[in-house]
Design a binder for this molecule. Structure first.
Ligand code: FAD
Ligand code: PHE
Length: 520
């Protein structure tokens, strides 16, 4: 049973009203990560307690250690990484309502339940991979050969269609309409006749229009039977009309071609080779015994000269207290909200009231890579207006026998709903809806592991959401130190839901502490 708290209420309202975040992403309102590695000078022997061994905590400890600080990281889980979590065989999770899962994938199979892709301009992430020797490779975020599946009423709904068909048809019809508008002499624009002709020429190229400026399809949209030898000229798939496309739902937001345009999802996207947890491993190798695992922080107190933190050893049940000159708290706000503290009211309000998004993924192991063998899909994402929202194909291990597909990845109210299903029902939903796109699901499925981030004890959400009013009202408090306690995490950045946000926030915090120490 979900307990009713102020935070739950706010999350529900945010889920119903929709995420301002997605809109901001769509409108390119989220700015870039700065492009410099951190480079600070000077040595300082102060003691810093870092709460949480996610990307923000690990980067903070790594940088502070380089500067000579004595760091202790308290991490509640038995592993580091936080929302960087690669699900591998044997992974275990007990959700907040008690549902227990153990991953039964075959050895070598995995999927990233949290972070999976890195924009090419998130230089802080790329810099750490360089510095720590973590290989990266391409992440095929878009794949014209993957499918769209619109469940609805139009003639082209309830069947899978290659994205290249829909993309080029929409481009074609839209260009045709604009070319017609440009042809009108009454058009109220400052353009000359030559300007208009240039635009029409461009639109004809953009939309692959014929000589009469009409869209009648083109080879860009692919073929039902591909071109081959001798008489096999290639047979195009039937061309939907503009009305067919509209009625079949392809002008609905699910299918906007936004990932290709938004700043954060443009080509090239990268990924950490072999699972994002390789980045975590590189940090933990550097930090070793500085991390205390299974240490659940229960109290955080600012003191006159520093901080006092209590934590429970979750394996033994024993309670401990430590003190430090400084403390960096990277605990996600929904978790921090129920931890005892003596913070001032504006910080406490920010912790309690910043809304968070739910996020869900499920990994499905199949005994055959039918999406590659039968459908020529090598990485990328199929999209649908069904609850599963997206199917993400593995972008490694091509031609191997088995593979793990992300059977759904969704956020907001859909994720909230899916997270409330039992583990068995989540699997059932992923298989039922996914098999409409890939009928092979039914015979090839082996095992699943699902993560509903809002149900994960030490996360309790996918990520913080900052519609402008929340950014204005609550965000500033988190940028200030509470005595000698600092707050860091992707939630203290303009890059929420990105590893780069956690790194940038860590760097900002390290700089602030170091400046203070240097001045004192
Ligand atoms: P966290 O990773 O949440 O770390 C906080 C740490 O605090 C955790 O280790 C936690 O166990 C610990 N903790 C919690 N409570 C306590 C306690 N009481 N005591 C001690 N420790 C505690 N980013 C990308 O760049 N690319 C992506 O493709 C991407 N996809 C994502 C997909 C999903 C579904 C999700 C959920 C996130 C995704 N992100 C992605 C975002 C990225 O994972 C996060 O922004 C980043 O990992 C946050 O790091 P953090 O250190 O701020 O927080
Ligand atoms: N960074 C996360 C991801 O890449 C969440 C996100 C999704 C952010 C879509 C922006 C847009 O999946």
């Amino acid at each position: 049973m979900t307990t009713f708290t102020r935070r739950n209420f706010i999350q529900k309202v945010a889920a119903i009203t929709g995420s301002g975040y997605t809109a901001m992403v769509a409108l390119d309102m989220i700015p870039a990560a700065p492009a410099k590695p951190l480079s600070l000078q000077g040595q300082a022997g102060k003691k810093v307690i870092i709460l949480g061994a996610g990307m923000a905590g690990l980067a903070s400890a790594y940088q502070l250690t380089k500067l000579g600080y004595d760091c202790t990281i308290l991490e509640a889980r038995g592993r580091a990484g936080g929302r960087v979590w690669t699900i591998r065989p044997g992974a275990k999770e007990t959700e907040l309502n008690g549902a227990l899962q153990t991953c039964r994938f075959d050895e070598g199979q995995f999927y990233n339940a949290g972070a999976m892709r890195i924009p090419h301009h998130h230089t802080s992430v790329i810099q750490y991979c360089r510095e720590l020797g973590v290989p990266m490779e391409n992440f095929p975020n878009t794949n014209e050969g993957a499918y769209y599946y619109s469940e609805g009423k139009g003639p082209y709904s309830n069947k899978r269609i290659r994205q290249r068909e829909i993309h080029n048809d929409i481009r074609g019809y839209t260009s045709e309409m604009l070319a017609k508008v440009m042809d009108q002499s009454s058009l109220d624009t400052p353009l000359t006749k030559e300007d208009k002709e240039k635009i029409i020429e461009y639109l004809m190229a953009e939309g692959a229009l014929d000589k009469s400026k009409l869209y009648k399809g083109s080879p860009r949209r692919g073929f039902d039977v591909p071109p081959g030898a001798y008489s096999q000229a290639g047979k195009p798939a039937p061309l939907p009309s503009l009305v067919d496309l509209l009625q079949s739902g392809f002008y609905d937001p699910y299918f906007y071609n936004i990932p290709e345009y938004t700043y954060e999802q443009q080509n090239t996207m990268l990924m950490v080779s072999g699972g994002t947890d390789k980045l975590t491993e590189a940090f933990t190798k550097q930090l070793g015994k500085k991390i205390t695992y299974n240490a659940e922080v229960t109290k955080i107190y600012k003191t006159e000269n520093g901080a006092k933190v209590s934590y429970k050893d979750t394996t033994k049940g024993s309670v401990h207290e430590i003190t430090g000159d400084f403390c960096i708290c990277t605990i996600p706000l929904p978790v921090l909200s129920s931890i005892e503290h003596n913070f001032s009211s504006n910080i406490s309000r920010a912790i309690d009231l910043i809304p968070h998004n739910s996020a869900c993924k499920i990994g499905l192991q199949f005994k055959r890579r039918f999406w590659e063998e039968d459908d020529n899909i090598f990485g990328g994402i199929s999209r649908t207006n069904m609850d599963i929202t997206q199917i993400v194909y593995p972008s490694t291990g091509y031609f191997s026998k088995k593979g793990v597909v992300i059977g759904y990845y969704n956020y907001g109210s859909t994720a909230e709903r899916i997270g409330n299903l039992s583990l068995a029902d989540r699997e059932k939903l992923a298989l039922e809806q996914g098999s409409k796109i890939h009928p092979q699901y039914k015979t090839e499925f082996e095992s699943s592991f699902s993560v509903a981030w809002q149900k994960v004890r030490y996360s309790q959400a996918g990520w913080a959401m900052y519609p402008q009013d929340v950014r204005d009202k609550y965000y500033p408090a988190l940028q200030q130190a509470e005595g000698n306690i600092y707050f860091a995490g992707d939630h203290t950045s303009y890059l929420t839901a990105w590893i780069a946000g956690a790194f940038e926030a860590a760097h900002q915090t390290v700089k602030s502490i170091h400046e203070r120490v240097q001045k004192s």
